[in-house]
Design a protein around this ligand. Structure first.
Ligand code: NAG
Ligand code: NAG
Length: 285
């Protein structure tokens, strides 16, 4: 491939992707989502452009998408529980919710005031996960809304925080590792009590004197294919299936390295206590 063609492709990728971060127009919460549990612990405000989940001693809460999707760019703007959020877990994830489910997770583990959140990510295929990574963030996620998103196509899953790639999970079916590509997934979020494990491994419990804990959401449009294998697997047509999004370009690789060098605090790939033999999908970039 000629240098010009490479540059043109990179520009195209940049344009196509940045054009979708953030989504051009937004829709109200109820257009794409509904409250799945504890309606009385949710608040839909500003004409549906913002929604909040509330956790107190009585309950947490959760919402989900009305449709299930197979491939696309899934994103949400989230402002995490401020101040003392120790023991709380805010999850933003996709799941097929079947017996052998596929799942793509962001989990935000709260902390005592002034101490850093952890973002834990994971990918499940056919019911098997065990692919946790953990990162700190380069900003305070409780001060403003930030965009957490997933680019998901047949070749890879990229987790983004704003425009920074946090993690890439490749399709390694070629070496016999299942990849999420045939089960449509819903988009979910919930806020719950995870104080048996979330903060400093469960040492910090929720301080209920500081309840209610509130996580806020915006950006409810979905740029993904609603449907199943028949309707969503066409090789062309959807922007996320274009060649530019099937591999990891140099800019993405260098940003990933920056994240890994500065903010990664746990990687299943290097946990030799848990996995004496390095998992086969590690190092398969
Ligand atoms: C968080 O703490 C700041 C100051 O430390 C305070 O002004 C603010 O009201 C607190 N927010 C909540 C939601 O408790
Ligand atoms: C909470 O803060 C402690 C102390 O700084 C840190 O070790 C831990 O990784 C932070 N995050 C969580 C979720 O425990």
């Amino acid at each position: 491939m000629g240098a010009l063609k490479v540059i043109a492709l990179l520009l195209l990728a940049e344009l196509a992707f940045s054009a979708r971060l953030p989504p051009k127009s937004d829709v109200s919460f109820s257009e794409n989502y509904y409250v799945r549990w504890a309606n009385d612990h949710t608040r839909v405000i500003n004409g549906g452009s913002e929604m909040q989940l509330v956790l107190d001693k009585v309950s947490g809460a959760g919402f989900g998408s009305r449709s299930k999707y197979l491939f696309g760019h899934i994103s949400m703007k989230i402002k995490l529980v401020p101040n003392d959020s120790a023991g709380t877990v805010t999850a933003f994830y996709m799941s097929s919710e079947t017996d052998k489910h596929d799942e793509i997770d962001f989990e935000f583990l709260g902390n005592v005031s002034g101490q850093p959140y952890i973002v834990q990510t994971n990918v499940f295929a056919n019911g098997v996960g065990n692919r946790e990574q953990r990162h700190y963030l380069w900003f305070d996620p409780t001060q403003d809304f930030h965009t957490y998103s997933v680019l998901w196509n047949k070749q890879q899953i990229i987790f983004y925080v704003d425009d920074v790639p946090l993690r890439v999970h490749k399709n390694n079916e070629a070496i016999g590792i299942p990849f999420p590509k045939s089960q449509p997934m819903g988009i979910y979020s919930s806020l719950w009590n995870g104080d048996d494990w979330a903060t400093r491994g469960g040492l910090e419990k929720i301080n209920w004197d500081h309840a209610p804990f509130v996580a806020a959401y915006k950006g409810f449009s979905v740029d993904a294919c609603a449907g199943g294998v028949e309707s969503c697997s066409a090789p062309e047509g959807n922007w996320w299936e274009q060649e530019a999004f099937q591999s990891t370009d140099e800019e993405t690789k260098s940003k990933l390295k920056w994240v890994k060098d500065n903010y990664m605090i746990y990687d299943y790939c290097t946990d030799s206590k848990r996995f004496p033999t390095t998992p086969a999908d590690c190092g398969q970039f």
